[in-house]
Design a protein around this ligand. Structure first.
Ligand SMILES: *Cc1c(COP(=O)(O)O)cnc(C)c1O
Length: 438
């Protein structure tokens, strides 16, 4: 399968080149040339097949023969070695728990899939690939874990000093091997700017193969469509058990860079029945405002308690607009978007806990609020909100809000007493010097 740049000024590339380059030379995001419906028999029989088979059927058209089928199946078995349970917490409301992976954030699947693809593609290459990534918290840990020990790939993670949680910092600074953490004296926006500058720096580009592991990379973005199919499979099984017809399904996705929800829309284009999508955001409300006014007006990011969604100019929203040919009316029929304050988020955490004895994290709580808003006018739909991180990753906020101590899961305990190792940098010049002199 070929991928084209959404800026339309760069040549089409193969899946392999899209993964290795990350972003097109004209700075556009890559987009698949075609999205082909899966056969009706696939959806009819989805309750009978494993998650790995579902994933293989869904991703195969994008990877095509660039990775042999057997190898692709092996990769998917590695990537999907944990559960994605759907838990009903109220009538017509369920949460899809995406946090059972090694770093307890939904980004584990995309990060591992990309790492496995890059490892396969670089095995016969002489040049090592350097993955450069900026993180506001969760991406760094998932990428570090996914790429740990991958031959031919070096990972450099930039994170803002003092602005990620202790657990998040441990997850990205304690692994060693091919992973280096750079602690930046600045904000997440500063880290992001340094990474973008590096991708445009000819001296660097001539000296090394740089790629990004953010959701602009197709190998991190596309596998997220699996989640929606896994939810659908579980809803179908539940309906069969109850001997009732399946209700209209809506997904509420806590959104920052809008990669996850955009992947859900690709699942819909593969033929999965979805009645509507809800993009729920924190105070960073560029998209909710756009859906109200039709004018896209990016702003600097604002800090909130759901920090993985503190994005003022969501990088994947352009892919969503493209899916709908930039037709605002068409998009509005499929997508609603609502924004919530930190106060509303905390209240939702507490409400969910009191009503259902379920402990959500701040991001999931925003997804829940999105459903509640939508269901006011659409009471009969079945709503699924995505739980994108384990509550323990936002320990202080969750414990303080619900007044209850959380158990620390084994994945997190493992990093708690390891030594944090990072290199402090202050400027782009220091980043460049580091990259050139390793
Ligand atoms: C990254 C992240 C999000 C936002 O996902 P996007 O694909 O960027 O919209 C939401 N919640 C958590 C916990 C995350 O780490």
């Amino acid at each position: 399968m070929n991928f084209y740049s959404l800026n339309q000024e760069a040549p089409k590339v193969s899946f392999k080149d899209a993964v290795i380059k990350g972003i097109a030379p004209d700075r556009g995001l890559y987009f698949p040339e075609k999205i082909t419906l899966l056969p009706a028999s696939f959806f009819a029989g989805i309750t009978q097949i494993s998650n790995q088979e579902i994933a293989f059927n869904a991703i195969h058209q994008f990877v095509s023969d660039e990775i042999p089928n057997e190898k692709l199946k092996e990769i998917l078995t590695n990537v999907l070695d944990f559960e994605f349970p759907l838990v009903e917490i109220e009538k017509n409301i369920a949460t899809l728990e995406l946090f059972h992976g090694p770093t307890m954030a939904f980004k584990d699947v995309g990060a591992r899939f990309m790492a496995n693809c890059l490892s396969y593609f670089s095995k016969n290459e002489e040049n090592e690939v350097t993955v450069l990534v900026a993180t506001s918290g969760d991406t760094g840990g998932a990428v570090a874990n996914g790429f740990l020990g991958v031959k031919g790939v070096k990972v450099v993670i930039l994170y803002p000093s003092g602005k990620v949680s202790d657990i998040q910092e441990r997850q990205l600074t304690t692994l060693g091997q091919n992973i280096t953490a750079l602690k930046v004296d600045g904000t997440f926006d500063d880290c992001q700017t340094m990474v973008k500058t590096a991708f445009l720096d000819n001296e660097l580009i001539q000296n090394m193969q740089l790629t990004s592991a953010n959701s602009i990379n197709v190998a991190r973005w596309l596998p997220q469509l699996f989640y929606f199919l896994f939810a659908y499979k579980q809803l179908r099984i539940a309906a069969e058990e109850k001997k009732t017809p399946i209700q209209d399904i809506v997904f509420s996705v806590p959104s920052g860079n809008f990669g996850n929800i955009c992947a859900g829309m690709v699942a819909q284009r593969l033929g999965m029945p979805v009645a509507h999508f809800i993009a729920a955001t924190n105070a960073n409300d560029t998209v909710p405002q756009f859906m109200k006014t039709g004018s896209y007006d990016p702003k600097p990011s604002r800090a909130t308690i759901s920090n993985a969604m503190d994005v003022g100019d969501p990088s994947n929203f352009i892919r969503i607009r493209h899916l709908f040919q930039d037709d605002f009316t068409k998009l509005g029929k499929q997508l609603s978007s609502f924004s919530y304050t930190d106060t509303e988020t905390r209240k939702a955490l507490l409400d969910i806990y009191k009503k259902s004895a379920y402990i959500a994290d701040p991001h999931g709580a925003i997804g829940y609020l999105g459903l509640k808003t939508y269901q006011k006018n659409h009471p009969d739909v079945y709503g699924v909100f995505l739980e994108t991180a384990h509550p323990v990753k936002f320990l202080d906020i969750v414990e303080e809000t619900i007044g209850q101590k959380l158990d620390i899961p084994i994945q997190i305990q493992k990093v708690m007493d390891k030594e944090k190792i990072s290199i402090s940098i202050k400027s782009y010049h220091e980043l460049k010097t580091y990259l050139l002199n390793r």
